[in-house]
Design a protein around this ligand. Sequence first.
Ligand code: GLU
Length: 423
Amino acid sequence: MSATEASTHLRENPFALAREQLRRVGEAFGVDPDLIGVLSKCKKSVEVSVPVAMDDGRVEVFEGYRVVHNVTRGPAKGGIRYHPGLTHDEVKALAMWMTWKCALMGLPFGGAKGGVVCSPKSLSHSELERLTRRYTTEIINEIGPEKDIPAPDVGTDAQVMAWIFDTYSMNVGHSVLGVVTGKPLAVGGSVGRDGATARGVLYCIRTALQKEGRRFPDTRVAIQGFGTVGRNLARLLAEEGARVVALSDSNGAVINQYGIDVPAAIVHKAEHGTLEALPGTDEASNEELVELECDVLVPAALEQVITADNAPRLKAHMICEAANGPTTPGADEILEDRGILVLPDVLANAGGVVVSYFEWVQGLQEYFWKEYEVNAKLNDIVVRAFEETWSARDRFSTTMRNAAYGIAVQRVAEATTIRGLYP
Ligand code: GLU
């Protein structure tokens, strides 16, 4: 993806949108405006420069960030994103959403996010390692197992987490398992972490279908994005008997209304680096996928793909936000009027941070669980949060987003009030 292409994914300022969502929730749930004022700011934000020796001998200087939105309920938690279109305000919005996500799930964490403006696909393995180690060193005073715990996000993976873990550990002189989550199993990762976000999305869709007396078989699902989340979700849905009718990556979408052969799509993507020309499918654009006739639309890539522009044309019955911030507040109003159920990001994609919490706990205790324990505990937490959100939505006659954010904001507000303002 080129930098120009990448910079187009944010049509509106994401931090302004996140603050607008908070303002609406504060009003709807009667939260003290002074508290909303506190929560609409990020607690701490660092901007660092990351000089990297490139393979060809040049030195390239990248821009990096780590933003902590809130730590009232516990250490800050949130991923690290490598993307050419990343902006500081985007990281702030993502940090705020992590605060709500952790609170909604009842995890003892606040919210953070970080990232480097770079195109990870165009860096060599060793350039990526040097960039990660230098970025980690630049933010080393900000992170730590009791302070702020990074994890994977768009453009980063278990290998990147291993380098963060190693760089931090080498600096303090001993292995610190709790400094980062999403690590490989060989260095203290948790079983089930890789597929955890997708699994949480699956549990949310399943619970929402059950509310309507429906089940997976024959449910038509369109997934936008084929990264860790989109790919694992497609696999899990196919295993459940759902019909995956569309998939996409940054090159475009592939469609088959009778159902895509998902294992074949995974092999095709691994072999060719793209979903293009997947046998048995028709090609379309990402924009066309979003407007496709289906039961469940899952945006699983970047922010702002569902906007006031395309919301009137969406044909999905339900939207499940595997990505963070894929729907703008303008689109939300239209979808609400049209009666389209939206399962919001802080609920739908929280499986990742829930299993990150499990990984952190296992690392601190140096005692590791079995996969069935991880999945069962994940199911308990996500389904409980879903039910709490569903009943708040009924009680306040509001949307799932307002209900989810409302519960989360009230939890953070309560903790803030009980702790009291320092000094
Ligand atoms: N980046 C993921 C998210 O947005 C996971 C964060 C984490 O595990 O800390 O939820």
